[in-house]
Design a protein around this ligand. Structure first.
Ligand code: HAM
Length: 421
C-alpha cells in the first residue's frame, strides 16, 4: 500500500534513504520554533484540523479555495481540512478576545493541507509555524514580527548571506492605483486581479503579465517602473528603522513585487527567500486588519498581522546549506543482562534510571551478550550498565562506550555512577 501523493512519512534516524523525512529533524525544527516564539513573548494556541468550508471561502482568495481538501461529512456539513491557520485564528480570537489583554501575541504549529500539484517545496501537507499579533495597529508590531521571522531563521544557522526578507505593502499599490481607479473603473475584483497579476510577475511570461494588466487598463512598463523605484512609504520606512535599531537591517529589502497570494492582506506584506533563489518562499505574512471583522460578522473589529513559515522549504534549505545537525535518539545507558536470573534485579535498575530522567533500554528477551553490546552501539548508547554477582551481593558495572572508562559500585548508587561515567 502506497502513501498518498504529496504526503510524507516521518521515519526515525538513521533514515532508510536520502529523500526520507526525519521525525527527529521535524522535532528539532518544532523545538526551535517554540523556543524563539517564547523568546519574543508569544504563547501557543491550536485549533481543529477540520473546519466549516465557509471559513476558508470567505476571504482566503480563489487560489487557496481551488486547493481545498473539502467534503460533506456524515452530518451533511460542508467541511474542509485547514489549508492555513489564519482564518481559524480569526475565528478563535473573535469568539474569546474579551478574555485576553491586547495585544495578543500567539503562535501555533499546525499541519496544513492543500491539494496542490506536487513539486519541489510544495506538498499536499506541511507544518507551518504561525506567529500573529492581534490588537495592535502600529508599525512597531509589523517590525516585531519581521524580527521574529529573521531570528527564527538565524536560530537554524542561516545568515544574511543565506536569506532576505522582501518587504512591500498593499497600501503602496493602493496609492499607485488610486489616481487610475475612477478612470479605469477598478472595483474590488479588479484590484484583487491586479494583486494576482503582480504576485505572478516572476512566474508568468512578460506577454502573459502584459495581457493580464492590459485587461485592467494598465501597462507592464508602468508597473515595472514603480517596482524598480522601490520608494519606501513612511510606514515601511518606520519598519526598516525599527529593524535597523535591532541590527537587522541587512536582512530586509523593499520589493514591491511582493503582494501575497492570499486575499485578506491590507497593509505591509513580506516574504522570506533564500538569496540564491533556489527555493520558493520560506515564509510569508503581513497585516490583515479586516479579517476578524469579516469572520465575526462585523461584531469584533481588531487589527491583526502575522506570518507563516513552512517546514518543507525550511528543511530543504537547511539540507542544501549543510545546516541539519546530526540527530540520533542516543540513549544514556543500555542495560546488559548476561545472567537471566538477574533480569528482575536489572528491571529494578532500569526503572531507577528512568525515574531519574535518563533514557535507558535493555533486551526484552534472552539475548547473547555480544548481540547486546552490538545493540547498545546501534542505539547510540553512551554507556552499558550490567549487574554482576559479587561475594557480598550485587555489583553494578558501568562502562562508557566512547572512553571505555569503567566504574563499579552498589546498585543503590546506579544513578550517580551512570551520570559520572
Ligand atoms: P502562505 O504564504 O500561504 O501563507 O504560506 C506560508 C509558507 O508556508 C510558504 O512561504 C511556504 O514556505 C509554506 N507553504 C505553503 N504552502 C505549502 C505547501 N503546499 N507545501 C509546502 N510548504 C508550503 C499563509 O498560509 C498565511 N496564512 C500566513 C499568515 C499567518 N499570514 C498571517 N498570519
Amino acid at each position: 500500500m502506497e502513501r498518498l501523493p504529496g504526503f510524507r512519512d516521518f521515519y526515525p534516524e538513521p533514515l532508510p534513504d536520502r529523500d526520507a523525512w526525519s521525525a527527529q529533524v521535524r522535532q528539532y525544527v518544532f523545538e526551535r520554533w517554540r523556543a524563539i516564539a517564547r523568546r519574543y513573548g508569544f504563547v501557543e494556541y491550536d485549533g481543529p484540523p477540520l473546519e466549516p468550508l465557509e471559513l476558508f471561502t470567505l476571504k482566503s482568495g480563489e487560489e487557496i479555495v481551488k486547493q481545498l481538501f473539502d467534503f460533506v461529512d456524515k452530518g451533511g456539513r460542508k467541511v474542509a481540512l485547514r489549508p492555513e491557520m489564519t482564518p481559524t485564528l480569526a475565528r478563535m480570537v473573535a469568539a474569546h478576545q474579551r478574555n485576553y489583554k491586547k495585544p495578543l501575541k500567539w503562535f501555533a504549529i499546525p499541519q496544513l493541507f492543500r491539494y496542490e500539484k506536487q513539486q519541489k517545496g510544495r506538498l499536499r501537507e506541511h507544518f507551518q509555524f504561525n506567529a500573529d499579533i492581534i490588537g495592535e495597529a502600529g508599525a512597531a508590531a509589523d517590525a516585531e514580527l519581521i524580527a521574529l521571522l529573521i531570528d527564527t531563521l538565524r536560530a537554524f544557522g542561516l545568515t544574511e548571506q543565506d536569506f532576505v526578507v522582501r518587504l512591500s505593502s498593499r497600501k503602496v499599490w493602493e496609492e499607485f492605483l488610486e489616481p487610475k481607479r475612477a478612470k479605469l473603473g477598478l472595483g474590488p475584483d479588479q484590484v484583487e486581479a491586479f494583486y494576482q497579476a503582480v504576485d505572478k510577475l516572476g512566474r508568468d511570461t512578460a506577454a502573459e503579465s502584459q495581457s493580464k494588466l492590459a485587461a485592467l487598463g494598465l501597462s507592464l512598463d508602468e508597473v515595472n517602473e514603480f517596482i524598480h523605484a522601490a520608494r519606501p512609504t513612511a510606514e515601511l520606512q518606520s519598519i526598516l528603522e525599527n529593524l535597523a535599531a535591532r541590527g537587522l537591517a541587512a536582512y530586509v529589502q523593499i520589493d514591491y513585487r511582493i503582494v501575497r497570494g492570499l486575499a485578506y492582506y491590507t497593509g505591509p506584506v513580506y516574504e522570506a527567500f533564500d538569496r540564491k533563489g533556489e527555493f520558493r518562499a520560506i515564509a510569508g505574512g503581513g497585516r490583515y486588519d479586516n479579517l476578524i471583522r469579516l469572520v465575526s460578522g462585523g461584531k469584533i473589529d481588531l487589527p491583526a498581522l502575522g506570518f507563516g513559515m513552512g517546514d518543507v522549504v525550511l528543511v530543504e534549505l537547511l539540507k542544501a546549506r549543510g545546516l541539519v545537525p546530526k540527530l540520533d535518539a542516543g540513549l544514556d545507558a543500555f542495560c546488559i543482562i548476561e545472567d537471566e536470573t538477574l533480569r528482575s534485579d536489572t528491571l529494578r535498575l532500569v526503572q531507577r534510571l528512568r525515574n531519574a530522567g535518563l533514557a535507558v533500554d535493555y533486551p526484552l528477551g534472552e539475548t547473547k551478550p555480544d548481540k547486546q553490546i552490538k545493540r547498545a552501539h546501534e542505539l547510540g548508547a553512551k554507556r552499558t550498565v550490567k549487574l554482576e554477582r559479587a561475594a557480598n551481593g550485587l555489583l553494578v558495572r558501568i562502562r562508557n562506550l566512547a572512553s571505555r572508562e569503567e566504574k563499579t559500585g552498589a546498585p543503590e548508587q546506579v544513578e550517580t555512577l551512570v551520570q559520572s561515567t
